[in-house]
Design a protein around this ligand. Sequence first.
Ligand code: PLP
Length: 391
Amino acid sequence: MPVARTIAQQLERASWIRRMFEEGARLKQERGEANIFDFTLGNPEVEPPAQTLAALRRVVERDLPGRHGYMPNPGFPEVRAAMAERLSRESGLDYRAEHICMTTGAAAACNVILKAILDPGDEVILLAPYFAEYPFYVGNHGGRTIVVDTDADFLPDVEKIAAVITKHTRAILLNTPNNPSGRVYPASVLRDLDALLSRLPNPPLVISDEPYKQLVYDGKKQPEVAALIANTAICYSWSKAQALAGERIGFLALSPRLPDVAQMAAACAFANRTLGFVNAPAIWQLVMAEAADACVDVTAYQHKRDVLCDGLASVGYDVRKPEGGYYVFLKTPVPDDVAFVQLLLKQGVLAVPGTGFGRGGYIRLSLTVPMDTIERSLPAFGRALGETRKI
Ligand code: PLP
């Protein structure tokens, strides 16, 4: 049975990721794991916080009856109330349980909200560079992706966004702290975007995908997007903040300021069920109600960022330190990032070309690697840079 044309095309578009893995696996076999520096995957290499694991033990040991059955599709009411209370504290908005849908991570939250708002042919604006899965999420629900470049500093360019909004635009998908650029969108830019949207008769929804919200460096904070932009739906996850990527737990939060928020909430609950998620894992919902604010050690990531960025600068790269998130988005010394990834590969370094995120001329390096990998990889980065000078 042949697969659908659409998925065959999507598999082809995503095949550079698979090729990278295959090449990495081959090199590890050929040269030994210790000689290959794999910066491709954003998979947390630290353990979840002790507070989270203690809450998990408590929840399991409590052994309450009826806790493993079906529940309302958006999640346990008391868990949603706890999340709403937390969001209200952070944003100053009046979130209630009915605005929250617990989800199997941020990826599910994005799919639930897109399913709830898109009709075939509706448009969703993505800001490049963007998380490489977004175009597939939009396509899952019949939407059309409209890509707008961010500015030279990777910040949203409000004029460029204004220029592509049409009567078919249903959403703008923002991601801050950004994967891959590491930028944290400042309040001023978010306010400008809100000003633009508030002038429109039917403003698109801003979907704010925030799985890295807690991972912000140098003592800074991610501005509260929902407090600054009226029509916002937040997609959140504990994959990163609590190193729980394999457990699949997060939420979708509809701003209390959204018109027709009750109907939107009903649509999201239905989408959560009919997309096949049904509801977020029961145990992890209960754990999050107890340990929502726990967080991995952000200073450890910051330290890795500094060692990698300072090391790359010392061997001759033009480096911008990320303000948050898991990744360094490094300018390549030659414009062709795919060719540069091949040069790095020869030196045993695996990186992802920026082209895959909609911005060529850069590569993405993950900070979720052991410090030892960072330190030992720097000469290899230096040799690859040297190769470009011979070309
Ligand atoms: N959004 C962004 C920007 C991501 O980087 C990721 C994961 O890497 C996701 C969403 C998916 O996160 P989750 O594991 O919570 O589904």
